[in-house]
Design a protein around this ligand. Structure first.
Ligand SMILES: Cc1cc2nc3c(=O)[nH]c(=O)nc-3n(C[C@H](O)[C@H](O)[C@H](O)COP(=O)(O)OP(=O)(O)OC[C@H]3O[C@@H](n4cnc5c(N)ncnc54)[C@H](O)[C@@H]3O)c2cc1C
Length: 382
């Protein structure tokens, strides 16, 4: 009988594993893939995400620092810069592999290449079945990501209003060429996906090019990314990868009687940007801490519900306001873009949100104050 079984060795599972190991929990982590493995992602690791790590990232993981944003709508461009980094760009295969290595350092048991087939809460324990065996633990954390159905042992699967679909590819390019055309700037393209956006993120020797929008409003994403690639001068034959992304800020059940959901499985993603790494790391750590409180410090099983309060206090309001803002920005991309052209601070401050010097709530109320000025100017001029 383990204290804890963690399902999934992505950023959330690995962070839960490291925290559980450090807190002395007898832990098994089960990951279906062999690492390093590919994960579709733009690879933006925000300052907030880095702040949750209890170790330094080696230099080879960080491929580029992001200090600016180029917003594009049709043929119009606006660019803002900061004098500091707001995010780092990483390749997920290397980043996730490193996180799993940091979890392994705490001496927890890790089985890669072992897919969990079912996870069932019993009255005294959780039963987890893989092709190789049946395991029991006092508690489990489901950190299986956006795909997979193990999360349904706690909550129903999301319908098409509650998740987005992304298609992403990596376009290989020369390091000097990337440096010359992008430097430390990432590109966001508005109005190319219903309920979402397109991106070009410059890594060390490739561009992450992708497009994503709300599932119900975004049919034929592959056709759209073909168009997006061609419009941006990428005419090769690229390997496209599709992936779901939960829409954050929606209230979902995240704890059962012995199972907690963390990361994408819990739906913790910024609805404006699609950033999920910070919340995956933080929620994984909280989940392990709450379980350690019960197993190691004589807590009550009812204390499992503390997990929800911890996540809510740390980033619940932030994600709630990301959802409100995303509905406005992505529903009215042209208006949002015109406002950003009219007042560059709108885009500049959005980088402060990535940098977590302000949160979505403060940004939202600040925007409400500057919006009337835009309409006033427009009305006067027009
Ligand atoms: C196209 C795209 C671009 C993105 N860009 C960014 C970005 O730039 N910045 C950012 O912060 N976020 C980004 N995100 C979101 C980010 O990728 C997720 O929020 C993050 O990966 C969540 O981490 P996780 O550990 O919860 O899940 P995952 O990273 O999905 O990890 C889940 C792990 O569980 C394993 N697993 C699944 N099922 C089982 C099973 N049955 N048994 C055993 N193991 C299992 C998987 O193999 C995987 O390793 C992006 C997402 C997409 C789709």
């Amino acid at each position: 009988m383990y204290d804890l079984i963690i399902i999934g060795g992505g950023p959330s599972g690995a962070s839960a594993g490291r925290r559980a190991g450090k807190l002395g929990l007898n832990t098994l982590l089960l990951e279906k893939e062999e690492f390093p493995r590919y994960k579709p992602c733009a690879g933006g690791l925000s300052t907030r995400a880095i702040s949750y790590l209890d170790f330094e990232l080696p230099q080879y993981i960080i491929e580029r620092e992001v200090m600016g944003l180029r917003g594009i709508f049709k043929n119009r461009i606006i660019e803002v810069h900061k004098d500091h980094s707001v995010s780092s760009l990483v390749s997920r295969s290397a980043f996730d592999n490193f996180l799993l290595k940091k979890a392994r350092e705490t001496k927890i048991e890790i089985h890669t290449g072992e897919k969990v087939l079912s996870c069932e809460e019993k009255s005294e324990f959780v039963e987890i079945i893989t092709k190789k065996g049946t395991y029991q633990a006092k508690f489990a954390i489901v950190a299986e990501g956006a795909h997979g159905i193990l999360k349904t042992c706690v909550r129903p699967a999301d319908d098409e209003n509650k998740y987005g679909v992304c298609v992403v590819t990596e376009v290989l390019a020369n390091e000097d060429e990337i440096e010359k055309s992008f430097g430390s700037v990432v590109e966001i393209h508005f109005g190319v996906a219903d309920g979402g956006y397109g991106w070009i993120f410059p890594h060390k020797n490739y561009y992450s090019v992708g497009i994503g929008g709300i599932a119900k409003d975004f049919p034929r994403p592959r056709e759209k990314i073909h168009k997006f690639l061609i419009n941006n001068g990428f005419t090769g034959d690229y390997k496209l990868k599709g992936h779901k992304i939960p829409l954050g800020g929606i209230k979902r059940k995240i704890s059962g009687s012995r199972v907690l959901l963390s990361g994408d499985a819990a739906g913790f993603v910024d609805a404006v940007s699609g950033e999920g790494l910070a919340y995956a790391i933080s929620s994984g750590q909280f989940a392990a801490e709450v379980i350690a409180g019960i197993c190691r410090r004589g807590g009550n099983i009812k204390d499992l519900s503390k997990y929800e309060s911890l996540c809510q206090a740390e980033f619940g309001t932030h994600l709630k306001y990301s959802l409100i803002s995303s509905k406005l920005i992505h529903r009215f991309p042209e208006l949002s873009f015109n406002m950003a052209i009219d007042n560059r601070e709108i885009l500049s401050k959005s980088l402060d949100v990535v940098n977590s010097s302000i949160d979505h709530k403060s940004y939202f109320y600040w925007s409400l104050k500057v919006c009337p000025l835009f309409f006033l100017r427009k009305f006067k001029l027009g």
